[in-house]
Design a protein around this ligand. Structure first.
Ligand SMILES: *Cc1c(COP(=O)(O)O)cnc(C)c1O
Length: 362
């Protein structure tokens, strides 16, 4: 049976990438050893890491004044590492955080340990960050933090706030590599790998040169952006195998036609599914149309009591990991880059069949 994994993270990986990794598992490139066994200081591994960085740079057109860091600890570690690294030796200890849901709230909790946080409410059924909240942004903030896609809530910003000279810092964990990035807006972007990139733990940080500075004194050296940048990721053993896997995914993204092709596909997939929800009285999507995520499509059954049955039957048909976030309930279909259109078509067909079968006839 064909399995389609709609899990929100760790998410689906491209089968081609897993197959290549399988082939190279025991002996990478005729070396007789696995990547996992290879010294991180070797020329071979350095080449793998450099190539991965270059491919990512090409894909997203990362400007020269941004460095790519391969870090550890997931996006949750960045919730602390961003303030620890950016707020030292400055009088500017106030920061703006746009609260758009589950993950931005978590980031705010951590940031409050290091700084004075001005919470900007970013959502109220509108996508209008620019006008509605313009007065609540602090023009003298050290930075402004945004979560571009709220994985648990099923919402995504399709426009960015105007923060002027205040650098925008983004948690892009769940929509990284799904659309182009306008780097002129950002000072720092981070993303945990397990949604659209590769194995969990690996964390990508794209940081503008001028923001690489001495962190606060209690920061572990392994978590200092400056140390990681200055040592080219060799301060301690990097996530060698995860970096290799991410590199394979970057090459796969290039083969897919790059970010514009990926974005197009992502639009088609999500539109197809939102349409299936809209066209039925059986399902409903509570997210306002202009905030709906292309990555995590959240919806519910109008008759909530059928949700468990829906999930069980979907699973029996190979449509797995469709349960909504534990704090939210309902259904969540994550449509990361590796999800083919066929998976979305299969889900839409299942939804229609299920609705027919369980529709209350009046
Ligand atoms: C998954 C996720 C996180 C948490 O990532 P970890 O690797 O578990 O720390 C943070 N932010 C967003 C937007 C996410 O989707």
């Amino acid at each position: 049976m064909q399995i389609y994994n709609f899990g929100s993270g760790p998410g689906m990986m491209p089968p081609e990438v897993l197959q290549q990794a399988q082939q190279e598992m025991l002996s990478w490139n005729g070396s007789g050893i696995s990547i996992m066994e290879m010294p991180f200081t070797s020329a071979e591994f350095q080449q793998i890491a450099d190539q991965a960085k270059q491919d990512l740079r090409d894909l997203l057109m990362v400007p020269d004044n941004f460095q790519i860091l391969f870090m550890q600890g997931g996006a949750s570690a960045q919730f602390s590492l961003v303030p620890m690294n950016l707020l030292a030796n400055t009088a500017k200890t106030q920061v703006d955080y746009i609260d758009s849901g589950y993950w931005s709230k978590k980031a705010i909790v951590e940031a409050k340990r290091y700084s004075t946080v001005n919470v900007v409410l970013g959502r109220k059924g509108t996508n209008d960050l620019a006008s509605e909240n313009i007065n609540t942004f602090n023009p003298t903030a050290n930075y402004c933090h945004i979560t571009t896609n709220e994985t648990a809530d099923g919402t995504q910003w399709h426009q960015l706030p105007e923060t002027g000279a205040v650098p925008l810092i983004a948690d892009m964990s769940s929509d990284f590599l799904s659309r182009p990035i306008d780097f002129s807006k950002f000072g720092l972007i981070y993303a945990g790998a397990q949604k659209n990139i590769g194995p969990a733990g690996l964390t990508i940080v794209l940081i503008r040169d001028d923001l690489i500075r001495e962190p606060i004194a209690t920061t572990p050296s392994a978590f200092s952006f400056k140390v990681v940048a200055d040592t080219n990721g060799r301060f301690n053993t990097p996530l060698t195998h995860a970096i290799y896997m991410a590199g394979l995914v970057f090459q796969y993204c290039k083969k897919m036609g790059g970010i514009t092709a990926i974005e197009q596909l992502s639009k088609v997939k999500s539109q197809r599914l939102y349409q299936a929800i809209e066209q039925s009285d059986f399902y409903r999507c509570l997210q306002p149309a202009n905030l709906r995520s292309r990555m995590n499509v959240c919806f519910e059954l109008v008759d909530n009591q059928l949700t468990e049955l829906f999930l069980t039957m979907a699973q029996e048909q190979g449509l797995i990991n469709l349960a909504g976030h534990s704090a939210k309930g309902g259904i969540r279909a994550s449509l990361y880059n590796a999800m083919p259109i066929a998976g979305v078509v299969a889900l839409a067909r299942f939804m229609s069949d299920f609705a027919l079968e369980h529709q209350v006839v009046v």
